[in-house]
Write a protein that binds this ligand. Structure first.
Ligand code: ZN
Length: 179
C-alpha cells in the first residue's frame, strides 16, 4: 500500500471533506489508481473513491462487470445530465455492515478525464450509473446513509447488532458491495 493510505470508516470526519480537482496527471496518479483498484478488488467492491483511502482528490475507480476484469478510472468526474429515478440497494466499505435502499438517478451523462488527462463522455444506466453517483458523492463528502432518515438508520443499526448476537457465521454466497 502507498504511504498514508488507509481505508477511512464512518464516522471519520475526513470522509466529509470536499475533494480537490486533479490537475497533475503524473505517475503518482497512475500509481494511486492502481492501488485503489487493488483494494477495491480485494474488498469485493465495485467502486472506490480516493477520499476513502485518505486522498482527497477527485478520482474514482470502478468495475461493474461480472467477470471483474473491466476496471475503469474516472478523474474529475462530473454529471452533465441525469434522468429518472431508481431504487438502489447500497452498502459502502466506509460504512461497514449497513445496507439500505436509496434513490438514485436512473441514467446519467458523465463527463470526466481518464488517467492520462484526456476528456471522456459516457452515457450510463443501471449499475454503472448508480455506482458512479455513489462514488461522486464521496468526492463531495457525502455518504449514502445521508439519504436515510436518522430514525431508519437507528433501526438499521439495532438490527445489525441483533444479527451479530444471533450468529457469528458469515452469510452464504457473495455479496457485491458498492464501496
Ligand atoms: Zn462508498
Amino acid at each position: 500500500m502507498l504511504k498514508d493510505m488507509e481505508l477511512l470508516q464512518f464516522p471519520d470526519e475526513r470522509l466529509r471533506r470536499v475533494s480537490q480537482p486533479v490537475e497533475k496527471f503524473d505517475e503518482d496518479l497512475k500509481l494511486l489508481s492502481k492501488e485503489m483498484l487493488k483494494i477495491m478488488y480485494q474488498s469485493m467492491g465495485i467502486g472506490l473513491a480516493a477520499p476513502q483511502v485518505n486522498k482527497p482528490i477527485r478520482l474514482i475507480v470502478l468495475d461493474v462487470s461480472e467477470t471483474r476484469n473491466k476496471p475503469m478510472t474516472f478523474v474529475n468526474p462530473n454529471l452533465e445530465k441525469v434522468e429518472g429515478i431508481v431504487d438502489s440497494s447500497e452498502g459502502c466499505l466506509s460504512v461497514p455492515e449497513i445496507r439500505t435502499t436509496v434513490q438514485r438517478h436512473k441514467k446519467i451523462l458523465l463527463s470526466a478525464q481518464n488517467i492520462d488527462g484526456s476528456e471522456i463522455k459516457i452515457e450510463a444506466d443501471d449499475l454503472l450509473s448508480i455506482c458512479v453517483q455513489h462514488e461522486i458523492d464521496h468526492l463531495d463528502g457525502k455518504l449514502f446513509i445521508d439519504y436515510v432518515s436518522s430514525v431508519k438508520l437507528q433501526r438499521l443499526r439495532k438490527k445489525i447488532a441483533k444479527q451479530k448476537k444471533l450468529t457469528t457465521e458469515k452469510p452464504k454466497g457473495t455479496t457485491v458491495k458498492i464501496v
